[in-house]
Design a protein around this ligand. Sequence first.
Ligand SMILES: [Ca+2]
Ligand SMILES: [Ca+2]
Ligand SMILES: [Ca+2]
Length: 426
Amino acid sequence: MTTLKKTVLFSMLLLAFASCKDDEVTPQKAMATFTVNVENVLAPASYLASGTTNFLAPGESQTITFNAGKGQFLSFATMYVQSNDLFFGFDDSGLQLYDDMGAAVTGDVTAQVKLWDAGTEVNEEPGVGPNQAPRQAGPNTGMTENGVVQLVNDGFTYPAVASLIKLTLAHDGGTMFTLTLDNISGSSSIPSPLAPGNWVVAGMDTPLFTEGQAASAGLEGIAEDGDNSKMTTRLTDATGFVSPFAPGVYAVHSMDVNPIFTNGAGDKGQGLESLAEGGDPSALNTSLTGAMGISTNGVFNTPVGASAPGPLMPGNSYSFTFDAEDGDYLSIATMLVHTNDLFYAFGENGIALFQNGSPVTGDVTGNVQLWDAGTEVNEYPGAGNNQPARGGGTTGTDENGNVMPVNDGFTYPPVNQAIKVTITAM
Ligand SMILES: [Ca+2]
Ligand SMILES: [Ca+2]
Ligand SMILES: [Ca+2]
């Protein structure tokens, strides 16, 4: 072996030893590819609010308070007891609660009330018929009509609706209304109680009946017997808060960074406001790109199986994938759309993506909270006229508050009944 060859060999050995030594001093960090799934698990609901109306003898009245926003309608049905199957109600689509200029409808709305025939029992002379509720042998007694719901038109003479019932609406501010239902039939030609019925606040819908179609079993019970039990069960099951989630943002970051917000501090002015009020994650995503301590970030905006970006409806998921190494944290934010400025996120530091050197995998929903961005004053969830569904977007009243877990006196579904976040690591 020549001296030159010996020197080369020695150098190679030295290099090999050095690189081996280097590995021992700084071991490779664990790395993994993570896929995060954000699912909207809110239960579907058709109606914002619903309830019952009382038995009201002549001279009695009832007040009902509810919240409703633009584009929402009030419906009710209560039996005219001195009949076989007649009931009072608005048109099948209900009473529009805001006029075309967006002003709340108030005052006496009795002119919108009609006397309907449920079409389920053949009509007899009002106030006399032996199969009418005050005189019938039992519930659902009388000749079956096999008809459809329509305005009463049976040849008998009825007192004017406005001499039997009176409905008055007051607007209590914001989205709150109070309905007063008066039985004023005492001085009419056929005084009658009003039987237990139902009311409901809905969007574009025909929640209690559809003119020209057969009555549901629930409406039949109301109209023939003043029995609102079936309708109450159906409405209750279909009433509640439901909302899409908006396109959101994620960031992979180091431990000492609060990339999206700091609990108890004001919005950083880096785009959270437009994400939380208008469901637009683009400004926040731009701010995060290249920011100190952020290794990866992006927008999630296309529901799994969809071909284009859009809101996340109940039962659907957003999904995104990224690489991260031991020591990295994950933060996310997605707006709860039918609110003013609420969003789902982990805590201010996000969640650790590795535990004891192993990538985190599984359901991490327990780390999610519903946060208030503190930038817009909250209105009734699902009804507020400054919420995006009613054209509000970023137009509400400035809140000048801090980012914090929502605590506004309104009721929201428990987090784990609204959102499910799972992580899969490979
Ligand atoms: Ca009838
Ligand atoms: Ca009957
Ligand atoms: Ca707020």
